[in-house]
Design a protein around this ligand. Structure first.
Ligand code: AMP
Length: 176
């Protein structure tokens, strides 16, 4: 299966959830067994030799391929969640969104200084969410961080928010 055929399976919904947004619906990717298999294989091939010890996924669409990739890589999985969802001690990072502020949390004991982390989310738009996640994981003193998205909206140029020495990768790229 080519990247173009994966791209063709992503469903575009115009003006969702608000006017002016071209929403990339990934449920169609997951509901196709061939696409799901292909995504899993691509993730495995990209990261199998990087020494990843933990996959960290961002709520909520990072919870689909995150654990699936952790299983392939033989690592654990750690969730980053919205405030009030994690039951134990947490570390938090706030960030600004288009309308108002937001925050994300991780369990304070979820990662160690020996961890090589694969930080994963479904889509890179403005990058605010992933930048906050990156800062959160860095605060925990991990050894190295890789960043991955299934989809990147290239025209928003959000990958430039991340330090140059951090490998930022995406599988499917859209102009809008
Ligand atoms: P951002 O912080 O702007 O990079 O937004 C990233 C988060 O918002 C991702 O977790 C996506 O799930 C969601 N998101 C933002 N824009 C879109 C879009 N056009 N289509 C689908 N999901 C989106």
């Amino acid at each position: 299966m080519s990247i173009q055929s994966l791209k063709d399976v992503v469903r575009n919904i115009s003006n969702f959830p608000i006017d002016g947004i071209e929403f990339k619906d990934i449920t169609t990717l997951f509901q196709s067994p061939e696409s799901l298999h292909e995504l899993s294989d691509i993730m495995y091939e990209k990261y199998k030799d990087k020494g990843i010890t933990m996959v960290v996924g961002i709520e909520s669409r990072g919870f689909f391929m995150g654990p699936a990739t952790a299983l392939r890589l033989n690592t654990g999985f750690v969730p980053i969640r919205k405030p009030g969802k994690l039951p134990y001690k947490v570390l938090e990072e706030s960030f600004t969104k288009e309308y108002g502020d937001d925050a994300i949390q991780i369990h304070a004991d979820a990662l160690t200084e020996d961890d090589v982390v694969l930080l994963h989310d479904d889509l890179l738009a403005t990058g605010g969410t992933m930048l906050a996640a990156y800062k959160l994981v860095k605060k925990m003193g991990v050894k190295k961080v890789y960043i991955n998205f299934l989809i990147e909206l290239e025209s928003l140029e959000a990958r430039k928010l991340f330090p140059e020495d951090v490998e930022v990768d995406s599988i499917i790229r859209f102009d809008i």
